[in-house]
Design a protein around this ligand. Sequence first.
Ligand code: HEC
Length: 142
Amino acid sequence: MKKILVLTSISLLLYATTSWAASNCPQPRKTKAAPSNIASMDKTAKANAKNGKKIYEKAAKPLACKMCHGKGGDGMGKLGKALKPNPRNFTCSDTMKDVSAGQMFYVIKNGSPGTGMAAHKRTLKDKEIWDVVKYIRSTWVH
Ligand code: HEC
């Protein structure tokens, strides 16, 4: 009997997690488009995804990207849950397939005004932003 109860709560928990995950993929996206000359830029070929991961998980200021965008980029970071609009879920190919590397670079650098997404132009060098873009782009299922 006890075992059945445990199993039932585990499946309920799994169900709850899956439906919340499903609710942020695909995600409504109203982020301002980057100017076209920046949107078409892509300097990820020579970027360092390992360094990007460090920035994402720990080094970024004022807050690590992970606090909002979640471990592995799933959009479910502790702080992010309370934000409207929600932080982007980078693992969701339905949303991310149309977001170019240059668009990401622009939003990381300049922020998305009126949302929780802050500008990082004073705290990250351009090279570091390309590193983090490369890392983020490795988290979704293409
Ligand atoms: C305080 C929470 C928070 C932190 C910390 C944060 N973000 Fe965001 N981020 C958001 C929110 C909210 C959005 C959604 C903005 C929107 O809908 O326009 C977003 C959107 C984005 C986007 C989507 C751009 C697009 O055009 O769709 C990228 C890329 C991004 N963030 C990268 C980062 C990176 C990299 C870091 C760390 C350097 C970071 N974010 C830190 C909250 C955060």
